[in-house]
Ligand binder design. Structure first.
Ligand SMILES: Cc1cc2nc3c(=O)[nH]c(=O)nc-3n(C[C@H](O)[C@H](O)[C@H](O)COP(=O)(O)OP(=O)(O)OC[C@H]3O[C@@H](n4cnc5c(N)ncnc54)[C@H](O)[C@@H]3O)c2cc1C
Length: 349
């Protein structure tokens, strides 16, 4: 892998829209509108997008006049992972959708994500993980997973399965520290999906090229977000969807929209727009190195907050560190990326 500072072509920072109690999927009556909230997916927004959009569909349909679903108009606010996918699911159910949003890909926070199947990443805290919430998560994850498999093998590879290597300084039965210090405990939700999770394999030192004493090979689904976002947008427009660029400053402005049903998919933006103080920003930084198509595997360095994904639009290097939780600062930290790139270069013998 050619990991060096001169090959960094992009650094992006965004905030995961995390709610300790899990994403908000809820309908209310506001200023004469049937408003459906759909935001707060933490570090799992792409992974859970299809299942979560299916979970809110009945809430949307409940607001459509007289139950006549076909060709009824709805508005979706937001053009990120959740807004675009909610719009596609509503279209598939026969609704006519107009998206209103401040930004669209590649300028939305969703575009800065790593692009890994990570449905359990910062979904809710351990403390708030009630049996009902965990079971809702499982339904979303399984439903999403099925849709992701239907997107394999398409031109541009929006979705792929790749092998990867989990590197560790410590034996795998010893705790290497998962999330950075200062973050709450998160539940182990993946234990609910053993049947759709390929097993990882412990490798002997002569079976891999890495310096670390403990290495496992895993198999992982990943999303090539550039091409995938484009696919979502193209499918949405081809099926008659409309897009209006608009920023809302208060919920009252939403009352002026012509659509009687409005789906709020504003992600972390819901904190300012709807005053949801339970939304916690969790900062994350991703960088891309010049694409190297011959690198077809992922790397995760356990305990170092480092992930490398072989995306088609570049080798994606994701880092996390202390101070990310509760941090909404979106200023790129080039030093953090360069340190991560150096660490990647150093894992090979
Ligand atoms: C570094 C990082 C890595 C990640 N990696 C992964 C991963 O590998 N896999 C995974 O599944 N998830 C990942 N995530 C999480 C995932 O990116 C988020 O959960 C997801 O992007 C949330 O999508 P969203 O549509 O809710 O929000 P956003 O992408 O923020 O979209 C919000 C939309 O609403 C619009 N909007 C907001 N406020 C207003 C307003 N007032 N008026 C009009 N429009 C408004 C915005 O313009 C935008 O269009 C990662 C997140 C980070 C930060």
């Amino acid at each position: 892998m050619r990991a060096s500072a001169d090959r960094v072509i992009d650094i992006a920072v965004c905030t995961r829209p995390f709610r300790p109690q899990g994403p908000r999927l809820e309908a209310e009556r506001l200023h004469g509108k049937h408003l459906v909230h759909h935001y707060g997916h933490g570090g799992a927004g792409w992974s859970l997008s299809w299942g979560s959009a299916r979970a809110v569909l009945p809430l949307i349909q409940a607001g459509v006049a007289g139950g006549r679903q076909q060709q009824q108009r709805i508005a979706v606010i937001g053009g990120g992972a959740i807004g675009l996918t909610s719009a596609r699911v509503a279209q598939r159910a026969g609704l006519r959708v107009r998206i209103y949003c401040k930004d669209l890909p590649p300028d939305v926070p969703s575009s800065a994500a790593t692009g890994m199947w990570s449905p359990d990443s910062r979904f809710c805290t351990e403390q708030e993980a009630t049996p009902a919430l965990c079971s809702q998560w499982e339904q979303m994850a399984r439903s999403s997973f099925r849709t992701w498999q239907s997107l394999l093998g398409l031109p541009g590879d929006p979705v792929q399965w790749r092998d990867g290597y989990l590197l560790s300084d410590l034996p795998f039965d010893q705790d290497a520290g998962g999330y950075p210090v200062g973050e709450p405990d998160y539940p182990d939700l993946m234990a609910r999906l053993p049947d759709i999770r390929p097993r990882s394999v412990l490798l002997r030192p002569d079976e891999h090229p890495f310096r670390q004493p403990h290495v496992r090979r895993f198999t992982q689904m990943m999303f090539n977000l550039s091409v995938y976002q484009r696919l979502l947008l193209e499918d949405f427009l081809r099926e008659g969807g409309e897009i209006v660029r608009r920023e809302f400053e208060s919920p009252r402005q939403i009352a002026g929209l012509p659509e009687p049903v409005v789906v709020n998919c504003t992600g972390y933006g819901a904190r300012a727009l709807f005053g949801d103080q339970s939304l916690v920003p969790v900062k994350g930084q991703t960088a891309r190195l010049v694409p190297q198509p011959e690198i077809d595997y992922a790397l995760i360095y356990r305990g170092h907050g480092l992930v490398v994904l072989p995306r088609r639009d570049g080798l994606l290097v994701a880092t996390h560190g202390e101070g990310d939780y509760g941090n909404a600062d979106r200023t790129p930290d080039r030093g953090q990326t360069l340190a991560a790139v150096e660490r990647v270069a150093g894992v090979y013998r």
